[in-house]
Design a protein around this ligand. Structure first.
Ligand code: PLP
Length: 427
């Protein structure tokens, strides 16, 4: 039987040096993969316990139409999310169109004219900048245009949250402090649950009523704890990332204190109808099966991220995080240093995607983003980034962000083809 490496040579003529390094890198990662397996088991147990406690049955998988009154599947799905993520209540809907939308309704639902929002983790993710609006001339409909004062606290030089600065800036007007767990399109470590816990307890000591909200995108099931158990009041994320397990057809979620969730629901639908409406059509089945599989899918994606870090650092690129470092999200950043290498990486990865493998990704402008973005991902769910995908804004220092992949074997093949194209480009 040929090995994977010999077959990659035979079928795709992948560069020998790439294959040799891929083989060595895979061996180097074995112990880390075992640690990841242990974490998968613990998170799988947590998910199963919440299915057991909520007595999930096949009738919960059916959907509703029209107003969606009394949709028992939808309501049970929200109880399952609330118990997994350790909140009082959850809002989990296909009508939440993305992670940005989930975060936006958390903000708009809970902030009013005259309130102040402090962003504790420096400049937020690109699409959130558009939600908040510019300081000088906020566009209509943005958080700032609603009369909410917003400020960002830069990180300290060591990329830690600046707790003293944060404490100084909080006033009686401060309604919410916002944290972004994952690095987003930045070159810095993501914030671990222990980092969030430290910052939130620091804030709550003097300001117990300030709402602490966490953008939990890409973080679900990476650690054994989630931000609500670290003291956060509200979290939000996307169902076409980790907690959808690659199966949820669309959607977003929020989990947290009942009042905060009700406020977000009133913003998603309308005051007075809040959480009680919203037809689920055929969403429930995919969302239940997605959250059930999510711990193991996230585990595979994590192994792929570790392997990507090992492989590309052995090829001479800077990576963030390093392969052996503690992780709190599934994203692997690789500093490629040149736009052509970002394009080459994506074109190589695309060849290993199950759909549109013959497409050739090119940079383009996307709604919500300031710069041109390059993306690879022939995914079953459009734009899904718990499926194997890579993306990044075309701006210095030209970093590609790789994430997802529902099986390590798929990710491994994708990385081989991506590395091959990058090497061919003449690095
Ligand atoms: C993906 C992501 C979001 C939301 O993005 P959508 O594409 O709208 O789902 C927000 N914050 C971070 C850090 C993200 O990675």
């Amino acid at each position: 039987m040929l090995s994977l490496y010999e077959s990659l040579k035979k079928i795709y003529n992948v560069n020998d040096a790439v294959l040799r390094r891929l083989e060595i890198s895979s061996d180097d990662c074995k112990d880390i993969f075992n640690d990841i397996d242990r974490k998968i088991e613990l998170n799988q147990l947590k998910v199963l316990k919440s299915f057991y406690d909520n007595d999930i049955s096949d009738y919960h998988l059916n959907g509703s139409t029209g107003y969606g009154y009394g949709d028992s599947g939808r309501d049970a799905l929200e109880r399952v999310f609330a118990s997994i993520f350790e909140g009082e209540r959850a809002l989990v809907r296909s009508q939440i169109v993305s992670g940005t939308h989930a975060i936006a309704i958390g903000l708009f639902g809970n902030l009013q004219d005259g309130d102040e929002l402090i962003i504790a983790t420096d400049t937020p993710y690109d699409t959130l900048l558009k939600v908040i609006g510019s300081k000088e001339a906020p566009a209509p409909g943005t958080v700032r245009a609603h009369g909410v004062r917003c400020l960002e606290i830069p990180l300290r030089e060591n990329n830690k949250i600046d707790l003293e600065a944060l404490d100084k800036k909080i006033t009686s007007q401060t309604k919410m402090v916002y944290f972004q767990r994952s690095q987003g399109y930045a070159w810095r470590p993501s914030f671990k649950i222990s980092d969030l816990k430290k910052a939130i307890s620091y804030i709550k000591k003097n300001h117990p009523n300030v709402i602490c909200m966490v953008d939990n995108c890409y973080g679900e099931f990476v650690e054994e704890q989630e931000p609500l158990s670290a003291g956060a009041d509200l979290i939000a994320g996307s169902l076409i990332k980790n907690p959808g397990g690659g199966l949820a057809l669309s959607g977003g979620y929020l989990v947290g204190k009942t009042e905060l969730i009700e406020n977000a629901a009133n913003r998603l639908t309308a005051p007075g109808i809040g959480l009680e409406v919203g037809a689920s059509f055929n969403f429930n089945r995919s969302a239940f099966q997605g959250i059930f599989l999510s711990p193991s899918v996230v585990g595979e994606a994590l192994k792929g991220a570790v392997l990507a870090a090992r492989l590309f650092s052995s090829l001479g690129f800077e990576v963030q995080p390093l392969y052996q470092e503690f992780r709190t999200d599934i994203v692997q950043a690789i500093k490629l240093g040149h736009p052509d290498l970002m394009i080459a990486f994506c074109q190589g990865l695309q060849k290993a995607c199950p759909l549109d493998a013959k497409a050739s990704p090119e940079p383009s402008f996307l709604p919500g983003y300031e710069h041109q973005v390059i993306m690879a991902g022939g995914t079953y769910i459009q734009g899904s980034s718990i499926e194997l995908s890579a993306d990044g804004p075309i701006r210095p220092p030209y970093i590609i962000y790789v994430q997802g992949g529902m099986s390590l074997s798929h990710i491994k093949i994708g990385l081989a083809l991506a590395a091959d194209k990058v090497i061919l480009k003449g690095f």
